[in-house]
Design a protein around this ligand. Structure first.
Ligand SMILES: Nc1nc2c(c(=O)[nH]1)N[C@H]1C(S)=C(S)[C@@H](COP(=O)(O)O)O[C@H]1N2
Ligand SMILES: [Mo]
Length: 365
């Protein structure tokens, strides 16, 4: 693959791979900002990152009746602009995979817990573009997306799909976006155009989006059809996996999760120690996090944390807890609850790709 046009990347990230560029921030740095600045956003790539020409960029909607083409100017001027705050998460790429690897070896880059960000995305609704292009919706169940402008390791292009229903639902908030945090998106985020699918894992947020089409089927692309699936623990090798990929559904949303991002201890006037714990939580689809709890005795007693940030349906949740009268050192764990009374599980099964790992968060002080 040709990396001669690779853009410079943020210096603030821990690099997990140079080509393709894969990197993540420390979770402790991440939670300092409710809205993540671009240079603290993780980078997850399957090919080179290039600075593409905005003015010459075209989004094509393919169909059997002919293609529809939109320039950036068409999108910017002919549609109503929308903004949505949403967390982008690569737990599909194995956020916390490093922890799962300690249970048993997993396949893939060892990400820690910084593969999440929260940003304000701006662009047009996918729904409006699809309606404008006059698609025939009969028998159509999915919208397939592709980026042909960029090269990829495992397929000839990067592709994904989402259910048509998610795309057409006004509440779905799916955007074809060119802005992040009120600024032009960076090449690292997928400029000129990227798909934003609130509630869905990062793998579906196609960067450098240039082509889409309606289909009765999911995208046949490697990253939709074969990768990013949660296989049962008995599938222990790539060869075994190859035979069963098609039997397991692709990941759409990610499970309820929370992690401990930082701990510190302060001495009170009475000489006793208090522990300050901070972290983030993320939720499944639109099932908002309602509570985060921490325990310093392995789960016997839990105390609620204070939510310090949460916005709309799709943002992450930042939280902080102060636990009084603690020992000099110890282990703190956290768990999140959602509006449907789901609670983050104590343990999580191993799987080959190390995806969707969400047992109680853990931190030491
Ligand atoms: N074209 C393209 N889009 C892509 C990818 C890619 O490699 N190529 N990676 C996907 C994955 S797996 C994730 S988690 C997110 C990462 O987005 P980020 O690099 O902006 O954090 O983009 C998704 N979109
Ligand atoms: Mo991902």
């Amino acid at each position: 693959m040709d990396y001669s046009h690779e853009v410079p990347h943020s210096q603030l990230l821990l690099v997990r791979g140079q080509q393709p560029f894969n990197a993540e921030p420390k979770a402790s740095a991440l939670i300092e900002f409710p809205i993540t600045p671009d240079d603290l956003v993780y980078c997850r790539n399957h090919g080179p990152v290039e600075d593409l020409d905005h003015d010459a960029y075209i989004l094509t909607i393919k169909s059997d009746y002919g293609d529809k083409r939109y320039s950036m100017q068409d999108l910017e001027t002919r549609f109503q602009k929308y903004e949505v705050v949403a967390a982008l998460q690569a737990r599909c790429a194995g956020n916390r995979r490093k922890e799962m690897d300690q249970l048993k070896k997993v396949n893939g880059i060892l990400w820690d817990d910084g593969v999440v960000c929260n940003a304000k995305w701006g662009g047009v609704r996918l729904r409006d573009v699809l309606l404008d292009s006059n698609q025939d919706l009969t028998n159509m169940n999915h919208v397939q997306f592709a980026s042909y402008v960029t090269l990829c390791e495992d397929d000839t292009y990067y592709g994904a799909s989402i259910p048509l229903q998610k795309a057409m639902d006004e509440e779905g908030d799916v955007l074809v976006a060119w802005e992040m945090n009120d600024e032009c998106m960076s090449p690292d985020r997928g400029a000129p155009l990227r798909l934003v699918v609130p509630g869905y894992c990062g793998a579906r947020w196609v960067k450098w989006l240039d082509t889409m089409r309606l289909s009765p089927n999911e995208s046949p692309n490697y990253y939709q059809a074969r990768d990013y699936k949660i296989l049962p623990p008995e599938i222990e090798t790539k060869t075994a996996a190859a035979q069963v990929w098609s039997k397991y559904p692709s990941i759409t949303s990610l499970n309820l999760n929370s992690i401990v991002a930082s701990t510190s201890v302060r001495k009170n006037a009475n000489g006793l120690l208090s522990l300050i714990v901070r972290g983030y939580a993320t939720h499944y689809m639109a099932s908002t996090v309602t509570k985060v709890e921490v325990t310093v005795d392995g789960g016997e007693h839990w105390q609620p944390a204070r939510v310090t940030y949460q916005e709309g349906k799709w943002s992450w949740t930042l939280w902080e807890a102060v636990v009084d009268d603690v020992a000099e050192h110890g282990t703190v764990r956290c768990r999140a609850w959602d509006v449907n009374l789901n609670v983050q599980p104590q343990e999580c099964k191993w799987n080959l790709r190390g995806v969707a790992f969400n047992p109680w968060g853990i931190g030491k002080w």
